[in-house]
Design a protein around this ligand. Structure first.
Ligand SMILES: [Zn+2]
Length: 302
């Protein structure tokens, strides 16, 4: 399964957005451990998988991940020999020390494909005390070309020692101090209907941008991102609860969304827009929306 580039906030944009991450791979300047944290539903695990795919892909030039090489195919089916996802053996239970010991043994072996070895630990807050301690030692000496992604909805539950050994990339919901709340059921339905219509070519991007010109832009962007992540999960058969108001997006033609690299670039563009909105630049909302909606429509043309 795949993959999407995902969230970013100012920190991530300045640090490791997708383009920067790809450049860092090419120069072998990837940190050993990342911690993706933030509320559930913002695409942290999907981002980790996308970044894993970028690291494991064997293609030297062009798009990363290429989606076609042997590594990409193996990663997509979670069977790449240099790739592991560590999760609780039973839902709702802890990640146990034996799992981390097995991981350490795995990382002591020579890589099968002479490239990166990638580990995703999700949710990292499920590590029990002994497992977390064992992981700490691993984070101190993870070995060459080994990259770990820790994913957590509950940053506060993680030991400080663990957090301090990772590059932390926050996935933020809209700022709470705006007094606005996460879109609730129904409020976002009109917006998503509009997105569907633009995607299908029955509504002009410019017209929808004008309709949305007075809406809270950051909420729109977060809703859009969150809906896309859920949609991608849905398309790839990952069980995920999708709010009924997002149903308009579920009926979109799946193929362009499932296969297009353009979609990943589009998601990057949404994150960049968020970064701009949260900066002091104060961008022209109408232009920003028009540009995004035109790109959104063009996904179907790619
Ligand atoms: Zn590839």
């Amino acid at each position: 399964m795949l993959t999407t580039a995902a969230d970013t906030l100012p920190v991530r944009v300045r640090g490791f957005d997708r383009d920067r991450f790809i450049a860092a791979k090419r120069h072998y300047q990837i940190p050993h451990a990342f911690l993706f944290h933030g509320e559930a539903g913002l695409g942290k695990l999907l981002t980790a998988k996308q970044y894993a795919a970028i690291l494991l892909c064997q293609t030297q030039t062009g798009e990363l991940p290429c989606g076609h090489c042997q590594s990409c195919r193996l990663q997509r089916s979670d069977t790449h020999p240099d790739y592991q996802i560590i999760s609780p053996e039973e839902a709702g239970h802890a990640i146990k020390i034996d799992q981390i010991r097995s991981l350490i043994a795995f990382l002591q072996q020579t890589p099968q494909q002479a490239g990166f070895r990638v580990v995703i630990i999700t949710p990292a807050d499920a590590l029990n005390h002994a497992a977390a301690n064992s992981l700490l030692k691993l984070l101190e000496e993870p070995g060459e070309n080994t990259v770990l992604f820790l994913v957590s909805d509950r940053l506060m539950s993680l030991p400080a020692t663990l957090k301090s050994r990772c590059v932390k990339l926050p996935f933020l919901t809209p700022a709470h101090d705006t007094g606005r709340v996460w879109p609730t059921e129904g409020h976002d339905a009109d917006f998503l209907l509009g997105l569907r219509d633009v995607f299908l070519g029955t509504l002009s991007p410019v017209e929808l941008a004008q309709r949305l010109n007075t809406a809270e832009i950051d909420l729109l962007l977060v809703t859009w991102l969150s809906a896309l992540h859920s949609l991608i999960c849905h398309l790839h058969g990952i069980d995920r609860e999708i709010p009924p108001s997002w149903a308009p997006l579920l009926n979109l033609p799946a193929q362009p969304l499932k296969t297009s690299q353009t979609l990943f670039h589009f998601i990057d563009a949404l994150y960049q827009a968020r970064s701009l909105v949260q900066s002091s630049v104060n961008p022209n909302q109408l232009l920003l929306l028009e540009n995004l909606l035109i790109k959104w429509y063009r996904i179907t043309q790619s």
